[in-house]
Design a protein around this ligand. Structure first.
Ligand code: HEM
Length: 415
């Protein structure tokens, strides 16, 4: 009998992922005749998929579980040991409900946006006195978001602690996918913030510290898991950080938004003039589609599965290619064109998965998506409204680095 394809050689792709970054999976996808990538990561047999049908397949709990899918280096830096990201079934539902209650509430989101705008305007006041070389937008936005999200979660901070928290949140995200000094910095940052927040949770429980009713600090401190127990203080700190850290991470998208406004200045006027805010929201979605942030998500096949004729044995690591899906012409008209109008003209938000897919209440899709879009749209409007000068700098965005950013962090001064 003739073989349709040569037998697959399951070579380990870990090193290649570390060196090629965002390009790793899309390169393999392009080279694959059937759109499925077969490889190994950290020695484990791995199959990568892409596309709306793959999203449904991946987010079915009968197919994929998260327990044991995330390696310790990622948990010890980005998410924290025991985080909601690592739970399945009822344990996940109960913990996830806590996040959804906090993060999907419309009035709560508006309050957070108001905190961000307040901190932004304070910063704009300072930027007028900045030295000639200007300020770095990424650093400034991370600090603004850290202070605002702490105002909102009920975590009282001095300006100095706010600086440290912003730096630590950035370090946790920056160092999760690499070895060496960036990774060590991420581990130290997590340890420091987990310790500080765990002590705060204990003080709230012992009523030595008050937290406003319904704020994240109070809700997480009082939350009971599926087994009826309180989270131990370190785990409560992990989950508080799972609200604070990704909110600070919106600084990545804000910096990409500034890059887009600079690169395609024709959008600046229309965003300024659009009082409805629809264009700023479309711009925010397009930033989330166009620019690289979360490359893929992963989970473990819970039983022997089949995907388009491919057998996927139990225990296989399944990857869903998020970044690649956003640049595939099967689902996007001119995927490499930055077009903030595309979501108003028929292209589907269903295909947009920068923060995961499926139903956030049923699966692991990000519960912070509404917050991300609201804050990013507000920042896009503010950025478009500023008259700025952008000195010569290196604005290239290296795809080999996860996470990536314009190399300069986007330096500017008010003009
Ligand atoms: C999960 C991306 C902002 C809280 C996720 C996932 C991705 C993601 C890819 C995993 C989905 C999966 O495993 O299937 C992002 C990006 C953000 C962002 C790119 C932009 C900065 C936020 C914000 C919050 C948040 C602002 C909270 C305020 C979470 C939590 C989870 C999560 C708690 C775990 C959900 C679960 O496991 O059920 N996010 N996120 N994220 N995100 Fe976000």
């Amino acid at each position: 009998p003739t073989l349709k394809h040569p037998p697959t050689v399951w070579t380990d792709g870990t090193l290649s992922l570390l060196t090629h970054g965002y390009a790793w999976l899309p390169d393999h996808m392009r080279a694959s005749p059937d759109g499925i990538v077969r490889t190994r990561l950290l020695g484990r047999r791995t199959v990568a998929l892409r596309g709306p049908e793959a999203v449904d397949f991946f987010y079915d709990e009968q197919h994929v579980q998260r327990r044991a899918a995330l390696p310790d280096p990622v948990l010890d830096t980005l998410f924290g040991q025991g985080a909601v990201h690592t739970l399945d079934g009822r344990a996940h539902r109960v913990r996830k409900a806590m996040f959804l209650g906090l993060l999907k509430d419309e009035r709560g989101i508006e309050a957070l946006r108001d905190h961000v705008l307040l901190r932004w305007r304070e910063a704009v006041g300072r930027w007028g006195d900045a030295p000639e070389e200007g300020v770095v937008l990424f650093d400034e936005t991370a600090r603004i978001l850290a202070l605002a999200v702490c105002d909102w979660t009920g975590v009282a901070l001095t300006a100095e602690d706010g600086e440290q928290l912003a730096r630590d949140c950035v370090a946790m995200v920056d160092g999760f996918a690499t070895a060496g000094p960036r990774h060590l910095r991420a581990r130290h940052a997590r340890k420091r913030q987990e310790q500080a927040l765990a002590q705060l949770v204990v003080r709230v429980r012992e009523r030595q510290e008050t937290a406003p009713d319904g704020c994240a600090l109070e809700v997480v401190a009082r939350h009971r898991d599926a087994d009826g127990t309180l989270l131990d203080p370190r785990l409560a700190a992990v989950e508080l950080l799972n609200i604070i850290r990704p909110t600070v991470a919106i600084a990545w998208f804000a910096t990409f938004a500034a890059h887009a406004l600079h690169r395609w200045p024709q959008h600046r006027g229309p965003v300024r003039g659009d009082v409805s805010g629809h264009l700023a929201t479309g711009f925010a979605h397009e930033v989330r589609r166009f620019y690289p942030f979360a490359p893929f998500v992963g989970g473990i096949a819970v039983r022997d599965l089949e995907w388009h004729g491919e057998s996927v044995p139990e225990g296989t690591l399944l990857l869903l290619d998020l970044y690649g899906q956003h640049h595939d012409a099967q689902w996007w008209d001119h995927p490499y064109r930055f077009d903030p109008h595309r979501f108003g003209t028929g292209e589907s938000l269903r295909h947009l998965v920068p923060q995961g897919g499926g139903d956030p209440a049923e699966g692991h899709r990000c519960p912070g998506e509404d917050i991300t879009v609201t804050l990013l749209a507000a920042l896009v409007t503010e950025l478009a409204g500023l008259d700025i000068g952008v000195p010569d700098q290196d604005l290239t965005i290296p795809l080999s680095r996860i996470p990536t950013l314009p190399r300069s962090g986007f330096r500017f001064h008010l003009s």
